[in-house]
Design a protein around this ligand. Structure first.
Ligand code: MG
Length: 270
């Protein structure tokens, strides 16, 4: 197979059904290589492994697992494992949606962010849940292929990735496409406090207990209506609306602070 080099990764692990479907679907578009975590790394966000060696294991000619995070996988693939720099990185297909604030926790989206940082167009693809808990990736894989073909043909602006969320076929399937903005979750009871059998307290973060603010034009509103949601995400996180206001704050006191031990607590590295 000729054509552009395409890197596929995810945060559900190299053996997840979603990445297999994505791998297969992108085959007609170019030379696809999967470089993905050896186990599930969902909610790993943009973490990078700096304190242990990273081992890569070749599973087949075009599938490599890495004992690291999605971000590690993208970095290793681009800087070393792939024969040439990929023309496109596609991350997914995630088992569950990545919308609104969840993009800040998502390893799926972070993998696309890493590609964007090194200047490679990237797409994150996630499949919504269904009432019966079933995931059927074929339709979402077709969506990913169409989106990938468009991005290969048209490119993306510097610093921008596309976050795609696909409705679940078991919840009605796809009724169209909407270009959206990120919605907002409303987190409720997301930390549960319990006592273990030895009488010690522990906490459990219940990652799925959020609901959504119903706002038009959002990813959540689109997927709820059965539409594929396509959200452009930019890596410049600067809040330009607040920038000017902040320049009006009396910040001079920050520059007159004294260093050294007598400056009190709060020193140290970031
Ligand atoms: Mg995941």
């Amino acid at each position: 197979m000729n054509g552009p080099v395409i890197l596929v990764t995810n945060d559900d692990g190299v053996r997840a059904a979603g990445i297999a479907a994505l791998h297969q679907a992108l085959g007609p578009l170019g030379r696809v290589t999967v470089v993905a975590p050896d186990r599930e790394r969902s909610a790993s966000s943009h973490s990078l492994t700096l304190d242990v060696p990273l081992r890569a294991n070749r599973i087949s000619d075009d599938v490599i697992s890495v004992e690291g995070t999605p971000t590690d996988c993208v970095l290793l693939a681009i800087k070393d494992l792939l024969p040439e720099k990929p023309a496109l990185v596609v991350s997914g297909i995630n088992r569950g949606p990545n919308m609104g604030h969840d993009v800040t926790y998502s390893g799926t989206v972070a993998a696309a962010m890493e590609a964007t940082i090194v200047g490679i167009p990237a797409i994150a693809v996630s499949l919504d849940r269904s009432p019966d808990g079933r995931f059927e990736y074929t339709q979402a894989a077709g969506v990913a292929r169409e989106m990938a073909a468009l991005v290969l043909a048209r490119g993306l602006p510097d610093g921008t990735l596309l976050n795609v969320n696909v409705p679940n076929v078991h919840a009605g399937g796809i009724g169209g496409v909407a270009v959206t903005r990120l919605g907002k979750q409303i987190y409720e009871d997301s930390v549960v406090r319990k006592t273990d059998p030895r009488g010690r307290e522990y906490f459990w973060i219940a990652g799925q207990s959020s609901t959504w603010a119903v706002e038009p034009d959002t990813d959540f509103a689109a997927v709820k209506r059965g539409l594929v949601s396509v959200t452009p995400i930019h890596l410049d996180l600067t809040d330009y609306r607040t920038l000017e206001a902040l320049r009006g704050w009396p910040l001079d006191g920050l520059a007159t602070q004294r260093g050294g031990a007598d400056s009190g607590a709060g020193g140290g590295e970031a």
